[in-house]
Design a protein around this ligand. Structure first.
Ligand SMILES: [Zn+2]
Length: 302
């Protein structure tokens, strides 16, 4: 059983996987169930950029919040055949996490469909994406997020967040971890999934295993998703580095794994192959927990 806990069905232009392509790629990648979401922002193509962007890092144009993303996810899910739909957990993310009215938007979108199984991936600190997104910079302990975290706790669903450990200029200093810890202290009942453990493209924190170990000890509802840029740091020649193997084996019920694919052009199969290396390196009980059981408990309440 492999549950991919981190799938974006749209890219940064909000181009989405068709239901047929989604079904084909999921089967091709060997994924049994998937937690799917959109992306909360869309890249603009302004007059001063000669080439159409394909990714948020293409050109200097800004990104803006794009709440339609959740409707794209909901409609994709509705178009899947029933036997596949029940194996897909849609989550919603299309709001500005610095807006104190965000909770009203979350409530509205949630009430429009009975398919939602969680919130996320909420983009908080995200190196270049933060710099390119219009408006106030988000952070994990923003007051606007308190009612959203309460909402997740009341409905017993998880909230997945991207929150860098530090800024690219101070990768080893973990300058933003306290903001995450503060939010976790304020919301001990909320199940939180920290996507790629605060590691980002330009943020390569030093000794991140220790930071994660401390946070897991202090916050029993915190989980970590093993995905994307984090894998470059914890996989060495296809094997888990000892520090991270120890960490996962010590807390097997606190990790999930995800491909973090982005829309129709990602190579889902290749990302899952990396996850397979990681999972193969775990003892069997831990492997089953990380590959599937933890995600089933979090997003399917199974
Ligand atoms: Zn992601």
């Amino acid at each position: 059983m492999l549950v991919d806990a981190h799938v974006h069905v749209v890219d940064f232009l909000q181009d989405r996987l068709t239901p047929a392509a989604f079904a084909r790629k999921l089967a091709d990648a060997g994924v049994d169930r998937a937690v799917v979401c959109g992306l909360p922002v869309k890249k603009k193509w302004p007059l001063n950029e000669p080439r159409k962007p394909g990714y948020y890092l293409d050109g200097n144009a800004p990104c803006q919040y794009y709440s339609l993303t959740d409707e794209l996810v909901a409609s994709l899910h509705a178009e899947l055949p029933d036997d596949l739909g029940s194996r897909v957990a849609p989550t919603m993310c299309g709001f500005d996490p610095t807006d104190r009215l965000a909770i009203e938007h979350v409530e509205l979108v949630w009430s429009r469909h009975d398919t939602w199984r969680g919130i996320g991936e909420v983009m908080l600190r995200h190196d270049d994406l933060t710099n390119l997104t219009r408006g106030e910079n988000p952070c994990a302990d923003h007051l606007a997020l308190d009612p959203v975290f309460d909402f997740a706790a009341e409905r017993e669903v998880p909230i997945a967040i991207h929150h860098d450990s530090s800024s690219p200029g101070r990768p080893g200093e973990h300058e933003y971890v306290d903001q995450l810890a503060g939010m976790l202290r304020r919301h001990p009942r909320t199940a939180v999934v920290w996507c790629h453990a605060g590691v980002s493209r330009r943020v390569e924190p030093q000794d991140q295993g220790k930071v994660v170990a401390d946070l897991l000890e202090q916050h029993p509802r915190l989980h970590v998703d093993l995905s994307w840029a984090l894998l470059d740091h914890i996989l060495d020649d296809g094997r888990l580095v000892p520090r991270w193997r120890e960490l996962v084996v010590a807390h097997p019920d606190r990790f999930v794994c995800g491909s973090d694919i982005v829309g129709p052009h990602s190579d889902w199969k290749a990302e899952v192959a990396r996850l397979a290396q990681l999972l193969d390196d775990l003892p069997s009980a831990a492997r089953q927990a990380v590959a599937g059981e933890n995600a089933l408990r979090l997003w399917w309440q199974e």
